[in-house]
Design a protein around this ligand. Sequence first.
Ligand SMILES: C[S@@+](CC[C@H](N)C(=O)[O-])C[C@H]1O[C@@H](n2cnc3c(N)ncnc32)[C@H](O)[C@@H]1O
Length: 205
Amino acid sequence: MGLYDNHILPKLVNIACSQKPAMKQRAKVVPLAEGNVVEIGIGSGLNLPFYTSGKVKKVWGLDPSSRMWAMVDGKAGSVGFDLEFIEASASDIPLDPQIADTVLVTYTLCTIPEITHALAEMSRVLKPGGRLIFCEHGAAPDDNVRRWQDRINPVWRKIGGGCNLNRPIPELLEQAGFTISNLETMYIPGWRPASFNYWGTATAG
Ligand SMILES: C[S@@+](CC[C@H](N)C(=O)[O-])C[C@H]1O[C@@H](n2cnc3c(N)ncnc32)[C@H](O)[C@@H]1O
């Protein structure tokens, strides 16, 4: 962990994630969150302004990087619900089973190293009938874009803090036992290898 990983990368990730097209995506999914929410990979808190305060009781914001959370600025002070930051990995969520009405994950499934384990943990903390709400970039449907994703991925993962361009998001969710209830996809404006978005909702089991 050097200067790049500790200081430069968190700022670059924050800039990339706060671009207008990604912010428009947040507005589509975050307002669906309700009750007790576990947000996986809360990063610099870019989703916080999009929660509906009357619908949300509590948000546990989980992230192994306190450096990302340090960039939350004033966003945490103005939320109308209980907010707790937990410095932890999604591979080992330090919360009781069936505690959450909602698990929210945006632009993070690309990065989590032990993704199968982490999805099992998300399933464990969801109440029966609770919803996983997701918005992620991942494997593109077009062969030419997909080829570039596969080619660039080894280098991208190194400079992008572990981010993978080519994860097949719906397949990963289904393999982890989630049933997808709604799924939408499109290229959002931006660099095509990183811009094919999947968003929607899923239930565990
Ligand atoms: C591209 S950022 C997205 C941040 C935020 N979700 C957003 O939408 O702006 C990816 C985030 O995943 C976090 N992350 C990396 N590994 C993780 C893990 N094992 N469990 C949970 N979060 C992780 C990173 O620290 C980073 O904050």
